[in-house]
Design a protein around this ligand. Structure first.
Ligand SMILES: *Cc1c(COP(=O)(O)O)cnc(C)c1O
Length: 374
């Protein structure tokens, strides 16, 4: 057997997939350009490091890693249950929340079915959809000159794409990479307008950062909308991206159904231990929110001062527009040791996304950007 064309052998849809493009790792940049002291503001990681309580618990758990983790995640589910006010049977754990989102896709999508999501939304939605052999239907986002939410989800356009073969609707609130968000009333009306033959994934990866009063808590809707699953993560504000742990909350029936495709022991021993502890780390959360709030203001003021348009964001990142193509600016920033995130693969070739860092990190990025644009 030689030279098999594996793409032609692959399941339908795989040939149309492009792998997810992660933020460039600092080590890679340092290796390639011989730089040291690089700054990565590319993957919406917490610039304050991991939750100290989470880190300590992860370390303490390592003596037990000869054993498989608790497959049911009993302790973490109980802590989440107490915190969120939902029964443990309504919680499913994942190796990151993307694992939970993938479980929904693998459970409900197949050739002949479709999933609906917005333009400029999370890059994994089309990947999971296509990997399941289903059709991804992309609803045009609100226009760049929209007065309230430029580049935001257009719920009417999304609703219009739903048909009898739709099985999943993906909504990120707030959305990545735009940082835009949906208000409680508008999102509730949208959910109420959907038929019962599909599942809505409400992806709340950044919810802990949002302080706007009209910002909804998806978990409060679970009784009203039994086909809703809300996903959250320990990767962002809790600072545990490297451990891979997140969760979904839904009806017990929906959790049981997607649990059929879950990989065994999908959340590791240190990840479970860290998440349990980080959940109680209120001081770290408060500090992370404060640093982010001030960093968003610092970046917005600087972009305004530089005359650069930026999408108003409630996440821990900002997507800003350059006068021309973003790729050369991205490269020039790399050569100065600053890693941000190109978003051309999201259909935004003139934009870059920067993660909010500590004040001095934001300043270093801004200084590099000023030099590059000068
Ligand atoms: C970061 C992110 C996630 C989840 O990441 P995990 O590390 O897998 O939990 C999910 N959705 C969006 C929109 C994100 O930006």
């Amino acid at each position: 057997m030689s030279g098999a064309d594996f793409l032609s052998l692959a399941a339908p849809g795989i040939d149309r997939l492009r792998p997810y493009v992660p933020g460039k790792p600092m080590e890679e940049l340092e290796r390639e350009l011989g730089l040291s002291e690089t700054l990565k503001l590319a993957s919406n990681e917490n610039p304050l490091g991991p939750s100290p309580l989470g880190l300590e618990a992860a370390r303490a758990s390592l003596d037990g890693i000869n054993l498989y983790p608790d497959d049911n995640g009993f302790r973490l589910k109980n802590r989440l249950s107490a915190r969120l006010g939902v029964a443990p049977e309504r919680i499913i754990l994942g190796a990151g929340s993307s694992d939970v989102i993938d479980m929904v896709a693998r459970t409900f999508l197949a050739p002949g079915r479709n999933a609906v999501f917005s333009q400029y939304s999370f890059a994994m939605y089309p990947i999971y959809t296509t990997a399941a052999g289903a059709e991804g239907r992309v609803a045009p986002a609100l226009p760049p000159d929209h007065p309230e939410m430029p580049y935001g989800h257009d719920l009417e356009a999304m609703r219009a794409l739903v048909d009898g073969d739709t099985r999943v609707v993906f909504i990120a609130n707030p959305n990545n990479p735009t940082g835009t968000w949906l208000e409680r009333a508008a999102l509730a009306d949208f959910l109420a307008s959907l038929p019962g033959h599909l599942v809505v994934v409400l992806d709340e990866a950044y919810t802990e950062y949002v302080e706007a009063p009209e910002f909804p808590d998806g978990i409060a809707w679970l009784e009203r909308f039994p086909n809703l699953i809300v996903t959250r993560t320990f990767s962002k504000i809790y600072g545990l991206a490297g451990l891979r742990v997140g969760y979904g909350v839904a009806s017990a029936a929906l959790v049981g159904t997607i649990g059929r495709v879950r990989h065994p022991f999908n959340v590791s021993v240190p990840a479970l231990a860290a998440a349990e502890a980080a959940l109680e780390d209120r001081a770290f959360l408060e500090e992370s929110r404060r640093v982010n709030r001030e960093g968003l203001a610092q970046l917005a003021a600087a972009f305004d001062q530089m005359g650069l348009k930026h999408i108003p964001s409630v996440g821990n990142f900002v997507t800003f527009e350059l006068p021309g193509e973003a790729a050369p600016v991205y490269d020039a920033l790399l050569r100065k040791g600053v890693i941000v995130r190109p978003v051309a693969n999201y259909g935004l070739p003139r934009h870059l996304r920067v993660t909010v860092g500590r004040p001095e990190e934001n300043e270093r990025f801004l200084e590099a950007l000023r030099e590059v644009l000068a």
